[in-house]
Design a binder for this molecule. Structure first.
Ligand SMILES: Cc1cc2nc3c(=O)[nH]c(=O)nc-3n(C[C@H](O)[C@H](O)[C@H](O)COP(=O)(O)OP(=O)(O)OC[C@H]3O[C@@H](n4cnc5c(N)ncnc54)[C@H](O)[C@@H]3O)c2cc1C
Length: 469
């Protein structure tokens, strides 16, 4: 795969705006370009689109939406932008964070009003780093519900979507202008399609062990919980075309994927007061600093595992998540009447869990400080019977990618835009900064839907302007 510099003399089919990838980003981009009045086509490698969007928890952050106003949530774009910037320790693109936060409400309102996106406010718990209830979630907090509606909207709008259409190569001239793409059909034939503008919505490189070894070696051996088809094609093409990439070491992990079932617990199991212990029955971190950084905290424990201990109150809030329900169905969540039953599940020395639970209760009661810096006073102490799940740390998606501006235009290293190349979602550099600790919950779909919308609008404007000139 790569860039072919000599385009065929003429493409049999040419589409004004081509989109690679039928996830949240590709669908949003296609809908926005279509609304702007240009022809658009999506190319998707899978027979049935099922990228990370369909695996996700289906929650999109935004600030100032109609839903928030109706729910009495006092949120503003500046609050969301500050949350994004603070979580990334100020090491993300603050200007882009502000712009994304600024348009986030209109994107959610647009998707709900125009395309019946089934979102409701997640207002019964706060994710780490969220200073307001920013999250808008699908009914079962499951991305497959969102992707179904996205694909219906695309189809009803009359947008062409070609499946079983993995793009292998891009055609480009010497200026970096993309003139078309080559699709390697599963039957061995190649198909070429020309374009006026190209939107890369084909996510990151979580499904490429080679690229993980190069950019995020500490996660090569970790369980990858995302879509295998995300092979880093956007980054590979971008680099060959002379585009800039950044934050390639950055990723979103998750520190509570059940072992061996490989289904993730709903985060309220932790955020509502749950803790994690290692094989010695001891805590080892501030579990609620963020689910992303908790992945490596868990992976660094003996056997690369930990046990999440929570109670019925946490469990009930977590049960709104499809994945948490699946954990329960799979038998990944066990019940323990007391500390010694937890000790038996963990297999740790007698008394270790009892000591841990006693010290956590003291911290929840405000009698002790947590040595890891967590404020456990925000929730009631854990109450028996306990819930216990063995977990490991996993890679959800990569956060490095093509540098883009506020129109989702791919940029060269000198900051100038590529002629007609756009990127969004996991294909673009995220807002997480350089490391795993910078991911604010929901940044993935935030960047998929908002950069998708920006890319679709800007690509349409570009082809309309070029047609008029
Ligand atoms: C388990 C899990 C839970 C998550 N939960 C949340 C959440 O609740 N909130 C949140 O904000 N984020 C969440 N995320 C992150 C979120 O899912 C992603 O950031 C988001 O879905 C990215 O959307 P996308 O459109 O960029 O990529 P995707 O949805 O992955 O779509 C990319 C598409 O491109 C296709 N493709 C790839 N290469 C090619 C090619 N060469 N040719 C043609 N097609 C190609 C793929 O097949 C895929 O369909 C979660 C991720 C995981 C794994």
């Amino acid at each position: 795969m790569g860039i072919i510099r000599s385009a065929p003399p003429a493409f049999e089919v040419t589409v004004p705006v081509l989109v690679i990838g039928a996830g949240a980003c590709g669908c949003t981009a296609a809908l926005a370009a279509h609304e702007a009045g240009v022809g658009v086509m999506i190319l998707e490698r899978d027979e049935t689109p099922r990228g990370n969007t369909s695996l996700s928890g289906g929650q999109i952050p935004a600030a100032g939406t109609k839903l928030q106003k109706a729910g009495g949530i006092d949120d503003t774009p500046e609050i969301l932008a500050q949350d994004l910037i603070r979580k990334a320790h100020g090491q993300n693109d603050a200007e882009l964070a502000r712009h994304i936060a600024e348009i986030s409400a209109s994107t959610i309102d647009w998707l709900m009003d125009r395309y019946d996106m089934p979102l409701s406010l997640v207002d019964d718990f706060l994710y780490p780093g969220h200073s307001r209830h920013h999250m808008h979630g699908s009914p079962s907090r499951f991305g497959a519900e969102l992707l179904t509606v996205f694909l219906e909207a695309v189809t009803k709008s009359g947008i062409d979507i070609a499946t079983r259409a993995p793009v292998r190569d891009l055609f480009a001239d010497d200026s970096g202008r993309v003139t078309g793409v080559r699709i390697a059909r599963p039957d061995g034939t190649d198909e070429d399609v020309g374009c006026g503008a190209l939107i890369l919505a084909c996510n990151g490189f979580g499904g490429s062990p080679d690229m993980l070894a190069e950019y995020i070696p500490e996660m090569v051996d970790a369980h990858y919980h995302g879509h295998d088809g995300n092979k880093g094609d956007a980054v590979k093409w971008g680099l060959e075309l002379g585009a800039a990439v950044a934050d390639m070491h950055s990723f979103q992990g998750h520190g509570a994927v059940t072992d061996p079932h490989k289904i993730h617990l709903g985060w309220p199991s932790i955020s509502e007061g749950g803790i994690q212990v290692n094989a010695s029955g001891e805590r080892f971190s501030n579990e609620n600093a963020g689910y992303s950084e908790q992945a490596l905290n868990v992976i660094r424990q003996p056997g690369h595992v930990a046990w999440t201990i929570f109670d019925d109150r946490c469990h009930k809030t977590a049960l709104q998540f499809h994945s948490h329900q699946e954990c329960e169905k799979a038998g990944a969540i066990r019940t323990a009447a007391n500390a010694s039953e937890i000790t038996a599940i963990v297999g740790c020395p007698d008394e270790a869990v009892a000591e841990t639970l006693a010290s956590v209760a003291a911290m929840a009661g405000g009698e002790r400080e947590d040595p890891f810096g967590r404020d456990l006073t925000r929730h009631p102490p854990l109450e028996p019977p306990y819930k216990v799940a063995k977990v490991t740390g996993a890679l959800f998606h990569t956060q490095g990618g093509l540098e883009v501006d506020k129109q989702a235009r791919a940029l060269r290293p000198d900051g100038t835009p590529m002629p007609n190349l756009f990127a969004g979602g996991g294909a673009a550099r995220g807002l997480s900064g350089p490391e795993d600790w910078g991911y604010l919950s929901g940044s993935g779909l935030l960047m998929a839907t908002n950069l998708g919308r920006l890319a679709g609008e800007a690509a349409a404007q570009l082809v309309l302007a070029e047609a008029a000139s």
